[in-house]
Write a protein that binds this ligand. Structure first.
Ligand code: BES
Ligand code: MN
Ligand code: ZN
Length: 504
């Protein structure tokens, strides 16, 4: 779907979308359109129950004229019209019109009591429209299954359209990253396995990202016994993908190794999690195709950063494995030695994500000495018990970093909630025969998982995001249709933009 911008005027044909505020208060454009149709808009509103509330709309069909339909969308109260509300509105417009018209012309006006200028409003709506237009239909072979694909273009008509376009352009690149993540997360596990996921990551090379893929032999040489133990039951060989994006010019004079240290993003990439020998129940097991969601976000984020030419040095590392039961699979009770040298008693083969991340985190810290390390993982079912599906869980060894991410999440509507770490929880994963075991007891499962990861990050500033509850949406939202959400890409892009690029 195409997004375009043009200067504000009342179109003479096609489908027009105008805003109406709570209490049936017409925006300037709605009034202009009403006038041009001899009051048809207001007559229709008065005859209906439409009041201008959020997530409500009224379609006025105009048979005979060249304007086919006028869609009045509710804006709610002026003071509630903020960036997130406008993004949702953009998504809502797409959802409402996608099966009906080819081109949607959205008239955007300044609103009294709203802090944003018209061109800023248009850029936010454009982003929401783009994000809401996502669909994954490559495996549908019948045309009528694509009825939602009728909408080909959303045109935003606004004062200062050139400024709106310039504001939107980098966000369009971020949306490209979000779409890449959604695509990867949506692919079934027979198509997306470690090797094919690594091949997808390699496609980022055309954006100037350096991509390396480590195979099983290299990982063996590095001593990645924790990651390899998870992979050993599958016929699909594990891969470790390393992506490097250098967007910050080298500083002269200052100690180069310190000033140019990258930020690192690390992702859990379990392309299918059957549980292994500690096998999962069959109901819902298909969900475990998206157990590579953390890796998907890291790959999509690298695409977003490179796409919008962010002034940052970033490393992305994803550990890709398939967790399967077989004659060669890891057994409960096995002891493995991680790359860090620490030994792990694997009491439950279904607590595999932390084993993959243990080696990926240690490798990243060891090789790149990043100033900050952020990992993402669909790590525990327990995080859904704690937070449901509206917040991701955040764990960190640095309070300031944690709050910076909480704030970035609020700004983009990908919300995260802090959860505790502490020695009492750390103790729960001590093992009788090894340095640690990979599960705690029944309680605090997301915290003991995070404590486990903490043992592999040393004193690097670190955040762990447990995204198990937010990676896949069963119902869908205006800017994240049901399926893979891409949650995390916009959050981390925003954090990079505000906290790393501003101080550069
Ligand atoms: N990938 C799962 C966690 C998960 C569950 C993600 C549901 C998304 C939806 C993870 O590997 C897992 O199996 N965790 C276990 C840990 C347990 C064995 C300690 C869990 O949460 O049950
Ligand atoms: Mn598991
Ligand atoms: Zn898993």
């Amino acid at each position: 779907m195409k997004i375009s911008f043009a200067n504000l005027s009342v179109p003479k044909a096609g489908a027009i979308i105008v805003g109406v505020l709570e209490g049936r208060k017409l925006t300037a454009s709605a009034e202009a359109v009403d006038k041009a149709t001899s009051g048809a808009v207001m007559r229709a509103i008065k005859a209906s129950s439409f009041k201008g509330s959020k997530n409500h709309s009224l379609t006025v069909m105009t048979p005979g004229g060249r304007v086919q339909r006028i869609v009045c969308v509710g804006l709610g109260k002026a003071k509630d019209v903020d960036a997130l509300a406008l993004q949702n509105l953009g998504g809502y417009i797409v959802k409402t019109l996608k099966a009906h018209v080819a081109v949607a012309q959205v008239l955007v006006d300044e609103i009294d009591g709203c802090d944003l200028k018209a061109h800023e409003m248009a850029a936010e709506m454009a982003l929401g429209a783009r994000l809401g237009s996502y669909s994954f239909n490559k495996y549908k072979t019948k045309k009528n299954d694509h009825s939602g694909d009728k909408l080909k273009e959303v045109k935003l008509l606004t004062k200062g359209s050139a400024k709106a376009k310039a504001l939107y352009e980098p966000q369009d690149k971020v949306a490209d990253g979000v779409f890449f993540t959604r695509d990867l997360v949506s692919e079934p596990a027979n198509v997306l396995y470690p090797e094919s996921l690594a091949a997808q990551a390699k496609s980022l090379a055309k954006l100037g990202i350096k991509v390396e893929v480590l195979g099983k032999a290299q990982m063996k040489r590095l001593g990645m016994g924790a990651l390899l133990g998870v992979a050993q039951g599958s016929v699909n060989e594990p891969k470790l993908v390393v992506m490097q994006y250098t967007g910050k010019p080298k500083r002269k004079g200052s100690n180069p190794s310190k000033a140019d240290a990258p930020v690192a993003f690390v992702g859990k990439g379990v392309t299918f999690d059957s549980g292994g020998i500690s096998i999962k129940p069959s109901a819902g097991m298909e969900d475990m195709k998206w157990d590579m969601g953390g890796a998907g976000v890291v790959i999509g984020l690298m695409k977003a950063l490179a796409g919008r030419k962010a002034k940052v040095n970033a490393v992305g590392v994803v550990g890709l494995v398939e967790n399967m039961p077989s004659g060669s699979a890891q057994r409960p009770g096995d002891v493995v030695t991680s790359m860090s040298g620490q030994t792990i008693e694997v009491l439950n083969t279904d607590a595999e994500g932390r084993l993959v991340l243990a080696d990926a985190l240690h490798y990243t810290k060891d090789r790149f000495n990043p100033h900050t390390m952020i990992d993402l993982a669909t790590l525990t079912g327990a995080i859904m018990v704690a937070l449901g599906t509206h917040y991701a869980g955040l764990f960190s060894n640095d309070d300031e970093l944690a709050w910076d991410l909480v704030n970035a999440g609020r700004e983009v509507g990908e919300r995260v909630w802090t959860l505790p770490l502490g020695p009492e929880y750390d103790k729960m994963i001590n093992s009788d025969i090894a340095d640690m075991q990979n599960i705690g007891d029944r309680w605090g499962g997301s915290i003991t998982a995070a404590q486990f990861l903490k043992r592999f990050v040393g004193d690097t500033k670190w955040v762990h995001l447990d995204i198990a509850g937010v990676t896949w949406s069963k119902s869908g939202k205006p800017i994240a249709p049901k399926g893979g959400t891409g949650f995390g890409v916009r959050l981390l892009d925003q954090w990079v933009k505000h906290k790393l690029e501003k101080t550069a």
